[in-house]
Design a binder for this molecule. Structure first.
Ligand code: COA
Length: 254
């Protein structure tokens, strides 16, 4: 079975992270599948809304760390950057149902979603610094904007996780539900959106996003250059190797 499930029904295209043995961590092939699915959903007039979901135990553990180590993304046309640009520019409503850990891109992708529903077990984290990396997906712009600078510094400099209630308080999440109800609730909202006039939805989203659409893409490209360089540097290599060897990283020599 595929690691990204794509299912369209009643105008809603649902993209499911489905790699449970690796905590739904995302490989280059999965980013490629996500980018293709978004492109297809945009082109398909019968799709009016896209939903991201994982399982009730895990949204995603973020980028596959073995991939970071052995086949890091090379350049702006790599699958991850194709996905992130497609996400930021996606013109129809995006809904997410998040339960369990949402690590790295699992959290940063939510800043591009229009509505986010979380299980009360959701744990959001952006541990880029702890991996010797920097923010991606325009999170260096969008996280301080939504959380305020000091809470953003806790999340991005300290890499501290925050839970569903905190995400609700800052506005990253629309509603917190029992984990077994989150996906169903997100589907019901997506269907509600899908029943509305698509041209009005798209124009409203475009107008809400217009003010900083160009800036988001520029920041994303800027971050991408730094991120790409840092992936090959000693701090990141040590962090990835330590994760694979199940030990704490030692940054004293890098
Ligand atoms: N990349 C590759 N493999 C990953 C992974 C990732 N991001 N996250 C988890 N896995 C793998 C583990 O290596 C392990 O594989 P194994 O069974 O073959 O040894 C399996 O998934 C289970 O992970 P484990 O860490 O034992 O699960 P857990 O329930 O104790 O913890 C997480 C879950 C998500 C908290 C933890 O796995 C984690 O922190 N992952 C790394 C997150 C990360 O730093 N992502 C990069 C962000 S940029």
């Amino acid at each position: 079975m595929s690691d990204i499930l794509v299912h369209t029904e009643a105008g809603v295209c649902t993209l499911t992270f489905n790699r449970p043995d690796k905590k739904n961590s995302i490989t280059a092939a999965m980013y490629g599948a996500l980018a293709d699915a978004l492109q297809a959903a945009e082109a398909d007039a019968t799709v009016r809304c896209v939903v991201f979901q994982g399982s009730e135990a895990i949204f995603t553990a973020g980028n596959d760390i073995a991939d970071f180590l052995h086949q890091p993304p090379a350049g702006q046309d790599s699958p991850v950057f194709r996905f992130l640009r497609g996400l930021a520019q996606f013109p129809k409503p995006l809904v997410a149902a998040v339960c369990g850990p949402a690590v790295g891109v699992g959290t940063t992708l939510l800043f591009h979603c229009d509505l986010v529903y979380a299980g009360d077990n959701a744990a959001f984290s952006m541990p880029f610094v702890n991996l010797g990396l920097c923010p991606e997906a325009a999170s260096s712009l969008l996280v301080p904007q939504m959380l305020g600078y000091h809470r953003a510094a806790e999340a991005l400099l300290l890499g501290e996780p925050f839970m569903a209630e905190a995400a609700l308080e800052v506005g990253l999440v629309n509603r917190v539900l029992p984990p077994l109800e989150a996906a169903g609730y997100a589907q019901s909202i997506a269907r509600k959106l899908a029943a509305k006039p698509i041209s009005a939805l798209m124009e409203t989203k475009r107008l809400m996003k217009k003010g900083q659409a160009a800036q988001v893409l520029a920041v994303m490209a800027d971050e991408g250059v730094s991120f790409g360089r840092m992936l090959g540097e000693p701090a990141a290599r040590e962090a990835f190797t330590a994760f694979m060897e199940r030990r704490k990283p030692d940054f004293t020599k890098v």
